[in-house]
Design a protein around this ligand. Structure first.
Ligand code: PHB
Length: 390
């Protein structure tokens, strides 16, 4: 703790700054290999920019220890144990896969180490399996997909075929879309889950979708799988007759240019696209481009906001695991995504969702916002976090 003693006009005034730890050890757990490797690198770039932008005047050194989760639950669990028990980190951040987050939940809860989730959308982590130690600065799987079911039906789409990788995120995203789409009066005419991280050839699945009588296809794919899927969907000749929709990770600005013209016309929903117009986003996109030479994505903004949340917690006086955990739940700020706040009931972020179309722009593909769907809190699904005190 730093204490400044001021003497003025003969009066000694003891003036305690909020307690500031000299060093905060941050364990950054991300996939640096496999299907989601590019996501991990992008989140780290955003995280480091967030610390540089907001953390420089704290007097605190943030030591970052990175570990490759490979997006594999057992690998990630071993790395988390090392960071918590051996390296004694003050806080963890990162986590891309819902499967990894699900596997880590009990370790985090039991060891009382705050985790700032910078991607994984696992609904349960801010629902039935919530924890005061898990605060999410990214999105939940339900939050991104639920509004799309209603919106798509309003656009006159009646019959949909769904596809997603077979693991927690794929199932939760499709479940959320299906529930709101069928509530609105739509029909799901078929669905398939493809082996996660192993499917090279989507042809057999696409053939079934084509024969299903659907008006459209709705999917969740991300990273390397998204690139293969979008390209194969186009080369299969499906795009013209069977429009492609999805959770917006499908055509993320991070890799949409690798998808190329195959991505043009795909309509999807996300909590951030770099074309959102506000001052914080203008500053962020400029700084991110200066650092990396490319536009940011939803992954970079999640890393950036996760780092900013950590800095805000430190600035409020938090120094260790317990105080950081409590302070993180109270964070709120105006960021590139607009006004962010943490739902005190679940520790999930509350934010608007943007429906966007991938269109050709002056410098490659870009995101045209078609609709802004209002922010709403997720159902608590049995989560009963004790209120945060001020
Ligand atoms: C997840 O597993 O929760 C996940 C992974 C990649 C994404 C979105 C969600 O782009």
């Amino acid at each position: 703790m730093k204490r400044i003693v001021m003497a003025a006009a003969g009066l000694a005034t003891s003036f305690a700054l909020p307690a500031l730890a000299e060093d905060i050890k941050v364990g950054l757990m991300l996939p640096y290999s496999g299907t989601y490797a590019s996501l991990g690198n992008d989140i780290e770039a955003g995280f480091r920019l967030g610390l540089d932008t907001y953390g420089a005047d704290t007097g605190v050194t943030f030591d970052i220890l990175t570990e490759d989760t490979e997006a594999k639950p057992p690998v990630a669990l071993g790395k988390a144990k090392k960071l918590i028990l051996q390296d004694r980190v003050d806080v963890l951040s990162g986590i891309v896969s819902s499967g990894v987050l699900g596997a880590m939940r009990d370790l985090i809860h039991g060891s009382e180490v705050p985790l700032i989730v910078a991607n994984a959308g696992n609904d349960e982590a801010t629902g039935e399996a919530c924890s005061p130690w898990i605060t999410r600065l990214s999105f939940s799987n339900g939050q991104v997909n639920r509004p799309m079911g209603t919106w798509l039906h309003e656009q006159g789409v009646g019959k949909v075929y769904t596809l997603a990788p077979d693991y927690a995120a794929g199932r939760q995203m499709i479940d959320a879309f299906t529930a709101s789409f069928t509530d609105a009066g739509g029909e799901i005419v078929g669905q398939q889950f493809t082996p996660f991280g192993k499917t090279q050839d989507f042809g057999p699945y696409l053939a079934k979708a084509q024969a299903s009588g659907a008006d459209a296809v709705y999917v969740f794919y991300a990273g390397g799988e998204a690139i293969s899927f979008v390209k194969q969907y186009d080369s299969f000749g499906l795009k013209a007759d069977l429009p492609l929709y999805g959770a917006g990770f499908l055509t993320s600005p991070l890799y949409v240019n690798a998808e190329g013209p195959a991505a043009e016309g795909v309509i999807a929903a996300l909590h951030y696209v770099p074309t959102i117009e506000n001052d914080a986003n203008a500053a962020f996109t400029t700084a991110f481009m200066a650092e990396t030479g490319r536009l940011p994505s939803e992954y970079s903004v999640q890393g950036y906001d996760a780092a900013r949340a950590l800095v805000e917690a430190v600035k409020s006086g938090a120094t260790d695991r317990a105080s950081l955990g409590a302070a993180l739940r109270k964070v709120s700020f105006d960021g590139p995504r607009g006004k962010l706040s943490i739902d005190p009931v679940t520790n999930n972020l509350i934010q608007p969702i943007y429906v966007y179309e991938t269109v050709a722009g002056d410098d490659g593909l870009t995101q045209k916002v078609l609709a802004t769907l209002p922010a709403s809190a997720d159902p608590a699904n049995g989560c009963e976090l004790a209120p945060v005190s001020n």
